[in-house]
Design a binder for this molecule. Structure first.
Ligand code: ADP
Ligand code: MG
Length: 677
């Protein structure tokens, strides 16, 4: 009988409860998990030819002992065993430290295999170990282990599992695709990932393993997307001429890119399937007006709309701007946040439930619990970069057919678009409104700041306003506040009474924050010192300079967001990064900011600078975790895997085609297990 790869590892000989637990810590539950628990590197014990060896490489040499080994002593405890090894016609000097007993194993004339680090210039080998036989003459897989389970144990268990289950290893990926990309069969992949005979085999196996991983992941995403596209959505029959008229009367002309994405969204709204769309655009590219036009169409078609912002400040700003924009329309706006007083809320809720209020703007709470809508046709999530696939799924399922539009704060790299957002349709605004000038950015050391003061005064004298931002440097908010307060007091000394300085920090009540933001918008003060609370979204077009202290404490995406607060009008804007970075990455980040204004480039650099080892950074960036594939470095393969998955799910009735039957049951099983956590 064929064994089942999803058997628990406990069926293996010698695997009791203790080992089950230890394996579980490594994420290994089934035989399949174990067989795909791949090594991260190999010790290469293959015998190499002297001519092939690179300096400082770890290699195995095969040779004859040319002379009696000699032990040299250094003090009482240290000694070196010196060996002369004849490899072909060359004599290589081999040394072992503090292992005098090895001498016995190395009589003159004996043929031996010695593994060590090779030094080309000295023609010498720093010995690591003597290999007993030809058995060891291979690549040794090295696994990520933990303190409850050893390398060797994992390796032995993999061997055991492979021997017992190899006949059950099957190709989930259709043969067609295996042939098309010259991939290897799964049983060979698993064998060669764990027990390769040479580097080439290991590399080829890894190539297929990566493709498999990406492809299977994409199959789940794309089939989810397919299923969602079948979801019945609210069909919104707005009037084209109403929309055209409104667009005509805007104070500015929409960019081509804005028009294009509005069309894409309108097509979704009009159709009877549920929209699930991600709107991407650089900072300042004008996503808000696109949102506004989507809202207007929804309300024109007789439905309600909700706009969710990540912060209260942003929600309030949106509410003010949209109320003004929609002054002469049937849009009836209400702001609903955690700050809304109970009495006001009590008054608002029935009006939302009756549909009298048709646009609700607020924070998260909007789509949770107590708020009941009359007929919510569209939910927009602004500056969305904190939701995973699962959370988005829940959001969609919460509302019966409500169309969903998510807007990113900054562009996201392709890698993220096709992994973390792979189930959504994507619209991109790849153009800035006319007349925008790129923000001029400079990076200075803290000690040089005083040299910038005359320039800052110049800006203020010409009637412009300035943001000053300081990051979360310490763990404690109190300390940060002190930092911001210090800067605030210094700026007061420097610029008052000619110009007024305001302070905004995270510890303030939202009401206070909002009133300060309001005063800044009204130019009641010219300099706003703040902690990162202003980071996202705010729009004060008279502000033309952004000064960021300790700039290296921010990530690239955040810096780009911050810089995007200026340069929103037509006058030249400036960004001054003040920092003394202590790491090389910090320096690189500063240079990227100085060199580029393009959010698409910056977000890509951001991912690259996080590097493959930076698990935390990657997790924060929202990338899903892969076992062998690196979605940043292997982007091309990832894209190909995505295309192939799209082809499959678009195949008519693929779920019932024999060539996809294993693939289909795999996807079914995974999706039932909620793998997108
Ligand atoms: P973001 O995409 O960062 O959210 P906003 O929607 O806040 O950007 O837009 C930035 C600024 O550009 C706003 O002041 C907005 O009024 C203005 N704007 C948007 N579209 C255009 C356009 N087509 N022409 C001129 N100005 C525009
Ligand atoms: Mg915005």
């Amino acid at each position: 009988m064929l064994k089942d790869l999803y058997d628990s590892v406990s069926v293996l000989k010698g695997v009791g409860p203790k080992k089950v637990e230890a394996l579980e810590e490594l994420g290994i539950r089934s035989i399949y998990d174990l067989l795909t628990y791949y090594p991260f590197r190999y010790d290469d014990f293959q015998v190499k030819d002297l001519t092939q060896i690179v300096d400082q490489e770890k290699v195995t040499l095969k040779g004859k002992i040319a002379a009696d080994p000699v032990i040299a002593h250094f003090g009482r405890k240290r000694n070196i065993l010196n060996i002369r090894l004849l490899v072909d016609n060359d004599v290589i000097k081999v040394t072992f430290f503090n292992q005098p007993w090895l001498k016995k194993q190395l009589p003159v004339g004996k043929e031996v295999l010695i593994h060590g680090r090779f030094d080309k210039a000295k023609a010498s080998l720093a010995g690591i170990k003597i290999l007993s036989s030809v058995d060891n003459n291979e690549m040794n897989a090295i696994y990520p282990a933990n303190k409850h389970i050893r390398q060797k144990t994992i390796s032995d268990l993999v061997q055991l599992a492979f021997d017992e289950y190899k006949d059950a290893i099957d190709d989930i990926i259709p043969d067609k695709i295996i042939d098309k990309y010259k991939l290897e069969k799964q049983v060979k992949v698993i064998h060669d990932m764990h027990f390769p005979t040479n580097n080439q085999d290991a590399m080829l196996a890894r190539r297929t393993a990566k493709f498999n991983e990406f492809f299977l992941f994409q199959m789940q995403l794309q089939s989810l997307k397919m299923a969602e596209q079948k979801d019945k959505g609210i069909e919104i029959n707005y009037s084209d001429s109403d929309m055209e008229k409104f667009i005509e009367e805007l104070p500015f002309k929409l960019t081509c890119a804005q028009l294009r994405v509005v069309k894409e969204i309108y097509a979704d709204l009009k159709s009877n399937r549920q929209m699930n769309r991600l709107l991407q655009g650089d900072v300042g590219s004008g996503k808000t007006i696109v949102a506004a036009l989507s809202i207007l169409a929804t309300i024109d078609g007789g439905y309600q709309a909700a706009l969710m912002a990540p912060t209260e400040i942003l929600a309030e700003q949106h509410a003010n701007k949209l109320a003004k924009l929609f002054e002469n329309t049937k849009v009836n706006v209400a702001l609903l946040t955690g700050d809304t007083k109970a009495a006001a809320k009590k008054e608002l809720l029935p009006r939302i439930a009756s549909g009298e209020i048709n646009l609700v703007i607020g924070t998260h709470a909007l789509i949770q619990d107590t708020v009941i809508y009359n007929n919510l046709g569209l939910a927009i999530i602004d500056e969305q970069h904190r939701f995973g696939v699962n959370q988005r799924k829940i959001l969609r399922e919460k509302n019966d057919g409500t169309n969903v539009l998510a807007m990113t704060a900054t562009p996201i790299p392709r890698t993220l678009a096709i992994t973390s957002y792979g189930e959504m349709d994507v619209s991109i605004i790849d153009e800035l409104p006319n007349g925008r000038q790129p923000v001029k950015t400079a990076w200075i050391k803290e000690g040089q700041f005083k040299n910038s003061i005359p320039f800052i005064k110049e800006r203020l004298n010409s009637g412009e306003q300035i943001y000053v931002v300081t990051p979360l440097v310490e763990e404690s908010e109190a300390v940060d506040m002190k930092n911001a307060v210090n800067i605030y007091e210094n700026f007061q000394k420097l610029f008052e009474p000619d110009f007024k300085v305001g302070l905004l920090h995270g510890r303030m009540k939202d009401e206070k924050k909002n009133s300060i933001m309001g005063s800044f918008e009204n130019n009641e003060f010219q300099i706003l010192v703040s902690t990162t609370v202003i980071e996202v979204g705010v729009d004060v077009s008279n502000a033309t300079m952004m000064i960021v202290f300790n700039a290296d404490h921010f990530g690239l995406a955040q810096l780009h967001q911050l810089r995007g607060r200026v340069g929103r009008g037509s006058s030249q804007s400036y960004c001054l990064l003040v920092s003394d970075p202590k790491t090389e990455t910090g320096v690189k980040r500063m240079n990227v900011m100085v060199q580029s204004n393009d959010g698409f480039i910056i977000s890509q650099k951001d991912l690259e600078l996080r590097g493959p080892g930076d698990i935390m950074g990657k997790a924060q960036s929202g990338l899903p975790e892969f076992k062998v594939g690196d979605p940043v470095a292997d982007l091309k393969m990832l894209s190909i895997a995505q295309q192939e998955a799209i082809l499959v799910v678009n195949t008519n009735n693929w779920q019932n085609e024999p060539e996809y039957s294993k693939l289909y049951s795999y996807v079914q099983q995974k999706n039932n297990n909620k793998m997108f956590d």
